[in-house]
Design a protein around this ligand. Structure first.
Ligand code: 2IT
Length: 444
């Protein structure tokens, strides 16, 4: 495989799609050896076929705000690869959403979903709609308008969207209602639904819980544990909430959360009612964390990121490229032992290089945050069987899946000196599954 040539051709075809090119480059670099060991992959142009989505659907979403003004947003669904199962992946509603961001997320989702052991292909979608400051009625009208266009492209065996940044239970509910009305079917086509109409227990917590199960295994493999460790978390949404809950339960102390306005340092630990307060903060739709400091008497550091704190573990839980080279340098100087991405592509490539160079445990988002989509897969299973599992049943399955993902990462990521390159392990394991499925199914 000639990575440079392939990257040059992608850059020429998709200029300026930086996040997408970044995600593709990372995967190609890490799978190069195994790719070259299989000449049949090169012959079947597996790399060239993998890096382009099967199709991209874009549409406009006109809706009316509370003042009676007409608003026009863009909607997208990227159906990236369905070699191992129906397209599966979240919808992101955020003003930063564009083709590059959704293509990077959809591309990552292929490998992440392959790692979960469940039969799910990769997809992603969303809109540049900004939920910040919108009323419930506005969110409902937007979601209905969005689904009016999207519904014809999705289906329980075709493409199963879910939540991501800006899309939680409320948005999924409104979209599901519209889908059901248009398709006249109640087949659970979205995951992340409320419990009353086919949702799964543990799904809201699953990304954070799964992340901590994975980090726990990383630490145990290195001969240590979460007990008594201090953790910096970024973000304050659903993922940060689940991660803080499980980290505290497993004996660690979470000392930070963050928002676009800055971060909170709470040296007493963010636990109990303080964790539940995160859900309240999110529900205000103002996208700020500063009220936490006023309510609980913690420190608020405006316009900075929590990676300058002295902690044992750093868990990015907000968005892509939220931890850069300088942040990694500060964390390393402060003695960090593990960085686990619970956000998608949370670290920049330069940050990852530095962490690997210093042999810091680094878990990539594809592996660490796969518990979210894995539990979506479990929701699909329950819907298909027309039954619901108990919370302990779902949690046990999530645990098992995270453990299998860890095993795959170790299998393909262990280096000669014993250091585990989880990024390489995750990419190679995910890639091999998809590549073998593509090989077996011919050129399509
Ligand atoms: O990035 C992700 O894996 C998600 N936002 C969850 C996707 C899903 O289908 O549950």
């Amino acid at each position: 495989m000639n990575i440079e040539k392939l990257m040059q051709s992608l850059e020429a075809k998709h200029p300026g799609e930086n996040e997408y090119l970044q995600a593709v480059h990372e995967v190609l670099m890490t799978i190069e050896d195994v790719y070259n060991a299989h000449p049949e992959f090169e012959q079947a142009k597996i790399a060239e076929r993998l890096v382009e989505p099967d199709r991209i659907i874009t549409f406009k979403v006109p809706w009316v705000d509370d003042r009676g003004d007409v608003q026009v947003n863009l909607g997208y669904r990227i159906q990236f690869n369905n070699a191992i199962g129906p397209y599966k992946g979240g919808l992101r509603f955020h003003p930063s959403v564009n083709l590059s961001i959704l293509k990077f997320l959809g591309f990552e989702q292929i490998f992440k979903n392959a790692l979960t052991t469940l039969p799910m292909g990769g997809g992603k979608g969303g809109s540049d709609f900004n939920p910040k400051g919108k009323s419930d009625a506005e969110v409902m009208r937007f979601c209905q308008a969005f689904m009016t266009e999207l519904w014809q492209y999705i289906g329980p065996e075709t493409d199963v969207p879910a939540g991501d940044i800006g899309v939680g239970g409320r948005e999924i509910g409104y979209m599901y209602g519209m889908y059901r009305k248009l398709a006249r079917q109640n087949t659970g086509v979205l995951t992340g639904k409320n419990l009353e109409f086919g949702g799964s227990l543990i799904r809201p917590e699953a990304t954070g819980f799964g992340g901590l199960y994975f980090v726990k295994q990383m630490l145990e493999t290195a001969g240590t544990s979460l007990k008594g460790k201090t953790i910096a978390i970024s973000g304050f949404g659903n993922v940060a909430w689940g991660a803080a809950t499980k980290a505290t339960e497993l004996g660690a102390k979470v000392v930070s959360i963050s928002g676009p306005d800055g971060y909170i340092y709470d040296e007493d630990g963010i636990s109990g009612e303080k964790i539940d307060y995160l859900l309240e903060l999110r529900a205000t739709c103002n996208d700020i964390v500063s009220p936490y400091a006023e309510k609980f008497g913690a420190k608020y550091i405006p316009n900075r990121r929590p990676w300058e704190l002295k902690v044992d573990i750093a868990l990015p839980c907000a968005t892509q490229n939220e931890l850069d080279k300088n942040d990694a340098k500060l964390l390393i100087e402060n003695g960090v032992i593990c960085v686990g991405e619970i956000s998608n592509m949370g670290c920049t490539p330069e940050a990852i290089d530095l962490l690997l160079k210093h042999k810091i445990m680094y878990g990539p988002g594809k592996a660490v945050n796969a518990g979210g989509v894995a539990t979506s897969g479990l929701e699909m299973t329950q819907n298909a069987m027309h039954l619901s599992w108990t919370a302990p049943e779902v949690d046990a399955k999530l645990h098992q899946i995270m453990s299998e993902i860890h095993t795959q990462c170790v299998r393909y990521g262990r280096e000669n000196d014993g250091y585990i390159n989880y990024m390489k392990g995750a990419n190679v394991a995910g890639f091999l599954k998809v590549a073998k499925a593509m090989m077996a199914q011919g050129i399509i």
